[in-house]
Design a protein around this ligand. Structure first.
Ligand SMILES: NC(=O)c1ccc[n+]([C@@H]2O[C@H](COP(=O)([O-])OP(=O)(O)OC[C@H]3O[C@@H](n4cnc5c(N)ncnc54)[C@H](OP(=O)(O)O)[C@@H]3O)[C@@H](O)[C@H]2O)c1
Length: 246
């Protein structure tokens, strides 16, 4: 067992596939108490059965609705008396050049990737400030460090996540709360399926087939940040497949 994970109450948004699901598996194996959210309840329920989670450990929660995110976090506190970690992970990546004017995709990325993270922070902070402890882990991306043609809006949401996380880090010092930004490169998940433009999707699928590494790589980063002693705050992790240049 890894130090400082066993028994921690961990809320994960977007736990029905990819990085969130892999993290749930990993942390369950380390003895964390999980409360998992996403829209696809059937997927969450199947995961809960596989991991033998406590009843009530999965909750349907759309992160574009602040009330649903609050319900998810409050459920964790009701069930376990506290919340130790929130992993604001839900996201989507419908990439396309700006000239295609995919306004619905832009709105969705802002609503899920940025506002969804804010709603997670809003839901968790009242509990964590009261507890005078907690750990907020926000998922950014390599795209939060580098923009490329076709990634402008996605990258804008991801750099915004980094910036608000750093502001949060400075604000929560009086409350003994840790904050971590994790920025992955290409990791195997369903993320390429969120691309809505066929030609862009083909390029992204090829890229992921060539470079993407297993989702447990991300889960290990979460475990690394969580497992530090309480006086050590891993503020930012950027990791890529060894073979990925950009
Ligand atoms: N995979 C990569 O290469 C990579 C690289 C950098 C960053 N990331 C980031 O990693 C995070 C996880 O993505 P992933 O790669 O694991 O992709 P994924 O397999 O597509 O998983 C995305 C998760 O987000 C959830 N989600 C999407 N919209 C939601 C909403 N409105 N409300 C609640 N949950 C929602 C999905 O669940 P439901 O559809 O069931 O709601 C799903 O569980 C994202 O923030 C992504 O930007 C991934």
């Amino acid at each position: 067992m890894t130090q400082n994970i066993t028994g921690k109450v961990v809320v994960i948004t977007g736990a029905s596939s990819g990085l969130g699901e892999a993290t749930a598996r990993h942390l369950a194996g380390e003895g964390a108490k999980l409360v998992l959210g996403a829209r696809r309840l059937d997927r969450l329920q199947a995961l809960a059965r596989e991991l033998n989670l406590a009843p009530g450990a999965v909750i349907q929660a759309d992160v574009t609705d602040a009330k649903q995110v609050k319900r998810l976090v409050d459920a964790a506190v009701e069930q376990h008396g506290r919340i130790d970690v929130i992993l604001n992970n839900a996201g989507l990546m419908p990439l396309s050049p700006l000239e295609r004017g995919k306004i619905e995709d832009w709105d969705a990325m802002i609503d899920v990737n940025l506002k969804g993270v804010l709603y997670g922070i809003a839901a968790a902070l009242p509990h964590m400030t009261r507890q005078k402890s907690g750990h907020i882990i926000n998922v950014s991306s390599v795209a939060g460090h580098k923009v490329r043609p076709g990634t402008a809006v996605y990258a804008a949401t991801k750099i915004a996540v980094r910036m608000l996380s750093e502001g949060l880090r400075q604000e929560v010092k009086p409350y003994n709360i840790r904050t971590t930004i994790i920025s992955p490169g290409a990791v195997q998940s369903e993320l390429p399926q969120s691309v809505t433009e066929a030609d862009v999707a083909r390029g992204i699928e090829n890229f992921y087939e060539t470079y993407a590494i297993p989702a447990d790589s991300f889960a290990r980063m979460v475990a690394f940040a969580m497992s530090q002693p309480d006086d050590v705050d891993i503020n930012e992790i950027l990791f890529r497949p060894t073979s990925q240049e950009l």
